[in-house]
Design a protein around this ligand. Sequence first.
Ligand code: AMP
Ligand code: TRP
Length: 356
Amino acid sequence: MTANTPTTGDSKRSVTGVTSVTGVTGVTGQRIFSGIQPSGRLHIGNYLGAISQFVPLQEEYECIFGIVDLHAMTQLYEKDEMSQRITNAAVNYLACGLDPNKATLMLQSGVAEHAELAWILSTVTPLPWIQRVPTFKEKARHQPDNVNMGLLNYPVLMAADILIYKSVAVPVGEDQRPHLELTREIARAFNARFGSFFPEPAEIIGSQARVIGLDGKNRMSKSLDNCIYLDDEPDVIREKIAKQGVTDPARVKRTDPGNPDICNIFTWHKLFSTKEEQAYCAKECRKAGFGCLDCKAILIKNILAVLEPIQERQKELMADLDGVKEIIRDGTDRARKIAQETMKEVREITGLTYLS
Ligand code: AMP
Ligand code: TRP
């Protein structure tokens, strides 16, 4: 957890290494929003950095989790793929433990008020604030042929997603910190211009906020081919870790001793293996008692054990896609009511009341 959390919850590591937020003194009625783009399959970085935090929060806060398809439109995509991606995101949210009886699962494009508020917020946001957002520069570099206005507006729409529900906190991975800082600045700018209205939301950043990918150096990311996906078959996971999982580069031969402190596979052990297994692997690695493949075999067993129940649940949900759609429809309807209420107030305080 960062200092910027709404309360001082302890972070507790379970056997699987998934951080759970305990002792968060959520007040009923206080809202939390977070979103995931349906821009591809979800991976264990999304799971550890974001979704695993959502699950304990839904016990104590009024949570709204969005599948943010309007954000995903800032990248090129095949029109026929979008529904499939939304299904994938919803299935993963639910398979990882999101409970539609406790939290609201909604589709961003189903609540038009998000885009309406984004426009209003854009009018209190100075252009230089947006131009300095690091994610804009990174995305512009990544897709030089498609530097669209949506990329520039991306953080303003994200601020609207959060503020339209008057959210007090937002669980996200480390990469989203600049967006949350900007959201608070936009809330302050709006409040300064029109009177105190939006709360300034805190970010909730867990201890697994930057999971490194198979390449051992970059953040795990759909765009980098360094992911273990939540729906990868066990054989695919075995092969990816065995062949692509980068270890201590100085350990070339089986007989070379290794250094677990600079080995990403060991970092993953800290997320998925027991303390005893971690101690055993570190000891054997340092004295070249076993090879990297032996070390990886223990990790693979533990990752598969964490993913097994998730994948079982994925299969059940995939067999009932009408049920999944119903959950999204219900959640979107619920979210729309809150968003419409907020927009009514926003229209009043900004003077957009001529026809009312
Ligand atoms: P995205 O897939 O970019 O829509 O991200 C969805 C959520 O997962 C956001 O809260 C991200 O911060 C989080 N996330 C994405 N990649 C990682 C990663 N490698 N490590 C930790 N969190 C991540
Ligand atoms: N920008 C986020 C990401 O790429 C997705 C997102 C959109 C989001 N709107 C949000 C996250 C609101 C938290 C709150 O991961």
